[in-house]
Each structure stands twice: as C-alpha cells, then as structure tokens.
Design a protein around this ligand. Structure first.
Ligand SMILES: NC(=O)c1ccc[n+]([C@@H]2O[C@H](COP(=O)([O-])OP(=O)(O)OC[C@H]3O[C@@H](n4cnc5c(N)ncnc54)[C@H](OP(=O)(O)O)[C@@H]3O)[C@@H](O)[C@H]2O)c1
Length: 224
C-alpha cells in the first residue's frame, strides 16, 4: 500500500460501480473502501472493502462513512425500474446531491460521479434533464474537487436484461467503427473504461472541477 487514502463507493452493485470497486482494489491506492449499498452484494474478497447496508432515504445517518479521501457515485436507475419519475429523480438527483453534501461535510478531497452524455437541465428529455439538474446543483456546492463523467451508451455484462440497451449495444458494435471525428463523443464505451478513468482521475493530484465527455473518458482509460 503506497498511500493512506480511503474511499467510499455508492452504487457498487451496478455495472460501473462493480467495475470500479474491482479496479480500485487492483490499483491498490486505498487502504479502506466503504461500499454503501441497499442490499448485500457478492464479496469482493478484499480485506480493504467493507459493505454497509443503508437506507438511502436517510443517508445522513451514515455520515461517518463519508469521512474519506474520495467519494465515487455510480448510482442510477431507469424509468422502467423506478416505475415513476419521482423515484427516478430520487435516485439520480436527490441521493447523489445528498451524498455530495455529506462528502463535503466529511472533508472528502474528491467527488467523482457518473452522469451521462446529453446531460442538460434544459433538455426536453426527462433523463437528460435530471442528469443536467444534478450536475448543475453539484457545481453550486463548493466541493473541493468535482469530476463529472458523461459516458455514452455503456457496454458490459449486466445481471438483468435491458432490451433497448442490448439492441443499441449490438448496433454500436457496427457503428463504433465509423464513430470518428465529430461523432467520437457518441461512441459506446465499456463500463470498465469508465471505471478505470474514474480511478485514474482520483489518483491524479488535480483538485479541479471537470466534466469528461465519453471520448475523453476513453482517452484517460487508454493511457492506463
Ligand atoms: N446504461 C447506460 O448505457 C448509461 C449511459 C450513460 C450513463 N449512464 C449512467 O451511468 C450511471 C451508472 O450506470 P450503471 O449502468 O452502472 O447503473 P446500474 O448498473 O443500473 O447500477 C445502478 C446502481 O444504483 C443503485 N440504485 C438504484 N436504485 C437505487 C435505490 N433506490 N437506492 C439505492 N441504490 C440504488 C443500484 O443498486 P441495486 O443493485 O441495489 O439496484 C446500483 O448499485 C447511472 O447514473 C446511469 O444513468 C448509463
């Protein structure tokens, strides 16, 4: 262990979150990684990882867990899973914002979050609007360092079946080859690469506010 840094990951059971935890363990930069989840997950078999089961409506009750060096937020849902716009907004807006406030209070150096390509609070699409809203609110918090990752379509093995994403991933297999020049930001991206780019960014000494479009995430990940 080369540092005495600690981390908290929200959304460790998800596609990006799971890859992120594996990446953080492998890169060995943290001597403690808190996983804040709503139900127990498969053990990562690392002595540095510890799972904490939380009621996300009462995040403040877990404020001690936010007293870490870096907080990674990989939370998110879909309208289909959430079943209502209200619940979707809770997971994609309220929880990340509350997490960022607790990170600030806890003295975290960096807050890193997975948003999405097209995030725009003025968008007429609800999903993009919520992502835009959360980005905008996070920027007002005066966090010491905020890193927003905006991936395009995520590629990777999911436990659940998502028909639309599966179809889009199939199409992207063909399309990605022609996604060059101005089309680069639209290229689908492996969840693994998003995770790696987050880990690399956290390791870098840069304490800044930055937003990374999908092709920039890819570039960071490719530098390893
Ligand atoms: N899918 C795409 O192609 C795509 C593209 C661009 C950006 N994004 C964004 O990237 C981020 C990560 O995506 P992903 O595909 O890795 O997400 P994911 O696999 O759906 O995982 C989402 C995580 O959020 C947690 N979560 C969901 N609802 C929750 C709730 N009510 N309370 C507590 N935790 C809850 C999940 O926990 P459980 O396992 O307990 O449900 C899981 O850990 C999301 O913000 C997503 O919007 C996705």
């Amino acid at each position: 262990m080369s540092t005495n840094k600690t981390a908290l990951v929200l959304g460790a059971s998800g596609l990006v979150g799971n890859e992120l935890v594996k990446t953080l363990i492998q890169r060995n930069q943290y001597n403690k990684i808190h996983l804040l989840i709503r139900r127990p997950i498969e053990n990562f078999e690392s002595p540095v990882c510890e799972q904490f089961i939380a009621d996300f409506d009462k995040l403040e009750a877990y404020s001690e867990l936010f007293q870490v060096t870096d907080v990674f937020c990989c939370l998110g849902t879909t309208i289909k899973k959430a079943k209502s716009k209200e619940v979707f907004r809770k997971v994609d807006f309220e929880y990340p914002l509350e997490a960022a406030k607790l990170a600030l209070k806890g003295g975290a150096e960096k807050f890193l979050i997975v948003s999405a390509m097209g995030a725009d609070s003025k968008s007429r699409f609800f999903y993009n609007q919520v992502k835009g809203d959360v980005e905008k609110s996070l920027k007002t918090l005066n966090l010491r360092s905020l890193h927003i990752f905006r991936p395009s379509l995520l590629l990777g093995k999911r436990k659940e079946f998502r028909f639309g994403e599966k179809l889009a991933a199939k199409a992207s297999g063909l399309l990605n080859k022609v996604m060059v020049g101005p089309l680069r930001p639209y290229k689908a991206i492996e969840a693994k690469k998003v995770a790696l780019a987050m880990a690399i960014t956290a390791e870098s000494g840069k304490n800044v506010m930055n937003t990374y479009p999908s092709h920039e995430i890819e570039r960071i990940a490719n530098q390893k």
